[in-house]
Design a protein around this ligand. Structure first.
Ligand code: GAR
Length: 222
């Protein structure tokens, strides 16, 4: 039986990624508990989704804090009230400065192939519009560990889709989101299985048969 891991999910808006995770957990294809949903906006529809699924919520609005540090510290304090294994950014629109001890324990999904079309302000359809205007023929999504910059950090999984000549931001977004719905649960499963090793800026996906050996090695290096 795969290990069940505890998640904290950070949102700012619609909560489509949150809903995907709820659905995957419901259908038993992702063995996880969402212990807390933290929203940076009282208006986020994702809060409703959490409530409908009896997931505890916490509202931490950026405007209530002096700066990114205070805002981020408040989030960390909230997370530390719960037994959390992994922090999931799911359409979270603010920079979340993480303490060093959380490096390798926070993931983000971006609806583009980073390091292109990402960074501050690159969110949702703005990404897809820029992708179409640039003329590239492929796009996709990226799940990555978070460092202290927007949409940056070691890449765990990328899934690609074609960009079609007739695409609008909406049609492209729909195609990419289907891949996001696969990529994020896959990355969370790999994390739960202890199969993600960060090597500098890269992530090595450890083969299942090497996992035990690798975890032993990791523990003896501590
Ligand atoms: C997802 O498509 C995710 O890739 C994107 O926000 C969407 C979820 O937001 N994230 C980013 O663009 C991060 N740069 P929602 O909760 O508003 O539906």
């Amino acid at each position: 039986m795969p290990k069940t891991i505890n998640l904290a999910v950070l949102i700012s808006g619609g909560g489509s990624t949150l809903q995907n995770l709820i659905d995957k957990i419901r259908s038993d294809s992702l063995h996880a508990h969402i212990k807390i949903v933290i929203s940076s906006s009282a208006k986020a529809y994702g809060l409703k989704r959490a409530k409908q699924n009896s997931i505890p919520i916490s509202l931490i609005e950026f405007a209530d804090y002096k700066n990114t540090e205070e805002f981020s510290n408040t989030i960390v304090k909230e997370i530390e009230k719960h037994p959390i294994d992994l922090i999931i950014l799911a359409g979270f629109l603010h920079l979340f400065k993480i303490p060093d001890k959380y490096i390798g324990k926070v993931m983000n999904i971006h609806p583009g192939l980073i390091p292109s079309f990402c960074g501050k302000g690159y969110y949702g359809n703005r990404v897809h519009r820029t992708v179409i205007e640039s003329g590239v023929k492929v796009s996709g999504c990226t799940v990555h560990f978070v460092d202290n910059e927007y949409d940056r950090g070691p890449i765990i999984i990328q899934r690609t889709v074609p960009v079609l000549y007739d695409d609008t931001p909406d049609t492209l977004s729909e195609r990419v989101f289907k891949e996001e719905c696969i990529a994020y649960p896959d990355a969370i499963r790999l994390f739960a299985e202890g199969r993600l090793e960060i090597v500098g800026r890269r992530v090595r996906i450890v083969k299942p048969e090497e996992t035990k050996q690798w975890i032993k090695q990791k523990d003896s290096n501590r």
